[in-house]
Design a binder for this molecule. Structure first.
Ligand SMILES: [Zn+2]
Ligand SMILES: [Zn+2]
Length: 307
């Protein structure tokens, strides 16, 4: 999509903002999905810390597969199961030129982002890196959805923290501590999506409007890592793999990523963000490149997880 078409599309969205992200039905201004679509959104709760798949009970932090054959990244988080309305919204965002949807969907990432940063003990010297698109694909799409999601989720988290004294107080009251377990004990639910914070678009709304999506759990005062959209590069154009299996995906993306300036990665924790975690092949290739460049640890975060 050309820059002009993107600008026109964004302007139209500003004039007419309140459409369901999946089906365009008219919805309240702060909502993301209509009531019907909202019913299909499943927050990922109690997932494996290694692959972000549901653990299915038990006290283990990692599933048997991750214990046997761990991914190269240290930890993985996703916000929601990939499917139905959320999948529709992601496809419209990526393939329908809907950059505005990236900004709106980023609201759903604010909480998982806070949880991931807390769990990985990130601080201001560390980096948040979107999974890059190949320049040819970036030109065709007009924007990198992973970059948009990362940018607006960080902005949302920053805004939430700026007005966070009531948030933090209620967070501690609800979950016992503003720590990494906040999501499992104060799990967001589908109702929270409609009432969730619009912090990415500006100051967070009053606390009463945000109660059903528990507020971000971040170490008070810990500076947020910086967004670095240029560190990781896609050095080889890969095919869109659709429903390809894990082996085909691994083969396709192996060596597809490179680090532009290893000095920027060396010794830092890096959080890699993407829209969808499918088999982990893309995240693994990114982690391999970052670790080879000297990153101290790589964590990954996706808006949605294919289960
Ligand atoms: Zn809808
Ligand atoms: Zn696992």
């Amino acid at each position: 999509m050309s820059l002009w078409a993107t600008l026109v599309s964004e302007a139209l969205q500003t004039v007419w903002p309140a459409g369901c992200a999946a089906c365009d039905r008219t919805i309240p201004e702060q909502a993301l999905f209509c009531g019907a679509c909202n019913l299909s959104i499943n927050p990922m709760v109690g997932a494996c810390a290694g692959c972000a798949l549901p653990l299915g009970g038990g006290a283990a932090e990692r599933c048997p597969t991750c214990r046997r054959v761990p991914f190269p990244f240290a930890g993985a988080t996703s916000g929601f199961e990939y499917g139905e309305a959320l999948a529709e919204a992601v496809v419209r965002m990526k393939h329908g030129g809907r950059r505005d949807l990236a900004r709106r969907l980023a609201r759903l990432l604010v909480h998982p982002l806070a949880e991931t940063l807390s769990r990985g003990e990130f601080d201001g010297g560390d980096l948040v890196v979107p999974v890059p698109l190949h320049p040819a694909r970036l030109r065709a799409r007009g924007f990198n959805q992973a970059h948009e999601l990362a940018r607006w989720a960080l902005a949302g988290l920053s805004a939430a923290r700026a007005v966070s004294s009531p948030w933090r107080k209620s967070d501690r009251a609800e979950t016992g501590a503003a720590g990494p377990d906040a999501r499992s004990s104060g799990a967001p639910n589908t109702g929270g999506i409609q009432a969730s914070s619009d912090a990415a678009d500006g100051p967070a709304p009053p606390v009463s409007a945000t109660r059903r999506l528990s507020p971000p759990a971040v170490r008070p005062g810990a500076p947020l890592p910086r967004l670095d959209g240029a560190l990781l590069r896609r050095i080889r154009l890969t095919r869109e793999l659709g429903h390809a299996g894990p082996a085909a995906r691994l083969a396709e993306v192996a060596g597809a990523f490179g680090v532009g300036d290893a000095d920027r990665a060396r010794g830092r924790r890096v959080l890699v963000i993407d829209d969808v975690f499918t088999t982990g092949a893309t995240f693994s290739a990114c982690a391999d490149a970052l670790l080879a460049a000297g990153a101290r640890a790589v964590h990954v975060l996706a808006l949605a997880r294919a289960v």
